[in-house]
Design a protein around this ligand. Structure first.
Ligand code: JHZ
Ligand code: ZN
Length: 392
């Protein structure tokens, strides 16, 4: 059963709620039959008045979140496979060539396959069923939640690593400082680099990307709050860059710290209690505009049964009456239903083209427009959900 956080997970400080989206079922569980997704749980986020860390207040256990029905596979998105290729190339430039890599939250091993192809010895850690796809690809896997105890075990059995990577994992952990302590344990004492990418809270606020809020995302970091947790865990943030991942992410490069932090993180411009205060109203406004846009003649289909779409569709109460089907490229999602809203998920091209697509994978807008020229050439339109829904 989920538990409700009454104090900050990082410092024990007082929490103030800034966003309440009602309740929603788990976002990455796509039932075979409507109703098979399990219960809906409260979905609300709060901000720590002491250390500023933004976090979910209803915490679902790892075993339930990442259980047998966990539906996300990195390789399911063509755009993500190429993003990870570039990511691996960039990481190896920083590391100075092929080095041993451990990827935390490796999912189906997409990133590690790129590293392996570049000549790196690789190892994955992932507690979800998606890790079995990595094993099938011949990748050595620790199928556990990554904790300091697991990191010690890996270091004893495998030695230290020159490169530790984690993409979109820091948001999913139980305890951010413990997660980064575990990363520190794996890192080579002298030359070890950790490269960790996470969605940037400042972009979430600016772009009103409230659909990033779902139960897997227990923490929402800015560069400042992430740098702070890293310092607590004995890591220095030596560099960070903004990336387009998930609509705006931060790619942080960390090393084991000596005594002082090598790098001062600027204070967030938007990720403050004042910045967050308007999000609730903006989400409500966005929902109302989206529902007005959907109230039109013609067939509207969903594009991408993303995890994010569970929040958007449930919060806006959009079901098969408004959106009769959603297309998705992930084989394991096809033939299933969206959680809570029970819209059938179909493979690309399985249905006649709709008049308009509701772009649920809006973070790949550029790629999708470049690919869907047949649809747009025939006059097909897209509804883009944010920051205020619009049609192109
Ligand atoms: P994408 C995932 O969220 C899951 P999601 C996870 N919970 C997480 O934290 C974030 O990533 C960071 C489909 N798609 O990458 C394939 C198309 O159908 O935005 C996938 O089902 N056609 C771990 O799910 C889904 O979108 C396309 O052209 O919100 C992936 O969506 C493309 C590009 C994607 O992540
Ligand atoms: Zn705190």
């Amino acid at each position: 059963m989920p538990h409700v956080r009454s104090e900050c997970a990082a410092c024990g400080g007082q929490l103030r709620e800034f966003l309440n989206l009602g309740s929603s079922p788990l976002a990455d569980r796509f039932p075979l039959k409507p109703g098979g997704e399990g219960p809906a749980y409260p979905l609300a986020a709060a901000y720590c008045l002491d250390c500023s860390l933004a976090q979910l207040t209803c915490v679902v256990d790892d075993a339930e979140l990442f259980g047998e029905d966990y539906g996300f596979r990195t390789a399911g998105s063509p755009s993500l496979v190429s993003y990870y290729q570039q990511w691996a190339d960039d990481a190896l430039k920083l590391a100075g060539g092929p080095v041993p890599v451990a990827d935390i939250g490796c999912n189906d091993g997409t990133l590690l396959r790129h590293f392996r192809a570049a000549g790196c010895p690789v190892l994955g850690v992932d507690p979800s069923v998606a890790g079995l796809d990595a094993v099938a690809a011949g990748i050595e896997l620790y199928p556990q939640v990554f904790t300091p105890a697991v990191a010690k075990q890996i270091r004893e059995e495998q030695g230290s690593f020159r490169l530790v990577t984690a993409i979109n994992v820091a948001a999913h952990v139980q305890d951010p400082a413990d997660f980064l302590r575990a990363v520190r344990i794996l890192l080579d004492d002298e030359d070890g680099l950790a490269i960790i990418e996470f969605q940037d809270l400042e972009y979430l606020i600016a772009g009103c990307m409230f659909d990033h809020v779902y139960h897997e995302h227990r923490f929402f970091y800015s560069a400042a709050t992430f740098g702070h947790v890293a310092a607590v865990a004995g890591l220095s943030l030596v560099q960070y860059t903004h990336t387009p991942g998930q609509g705006g992410s931060i790619r942080a490069v960390l090393k084991r710290s000596r005594d002082v932090m090598d790098f001062m993180v600027p204070v967030s411009r938007l990720a403050s209690i004042q910045g967050l205060a308007g999000l609730q109203r903006r989400a409500e406004f966005s929902r109302d505009v989206l529902l007005e846009l959907l109230d039109r003649p013609g067939v509207v289909a969903g594009y991408g049964a993303t995890a994010k779409s569970a929040t958007l569709l449930n919060y806006c109460n959009i079901g098969p009456d408004l959106v009769p089907y959603v297309e998705d490229t992930t084989p394991g999602k096809i033939g299933r239903f969206t959680p809570g809203t029970h819209i059938p998920i179909v493979g690309p091209g399985e249905h006649r083209l709709p008049d308009i697509f509701l772009l649920l994978a809006w973070n790949y807008l550029g790629d999708i427009l470049r690919r869907e020229t047949v649809f747009t050439g025939l006059g097909g339109k897209f509804i883009i959900p944010g920051p205020v829904p619009f049609v192109i």
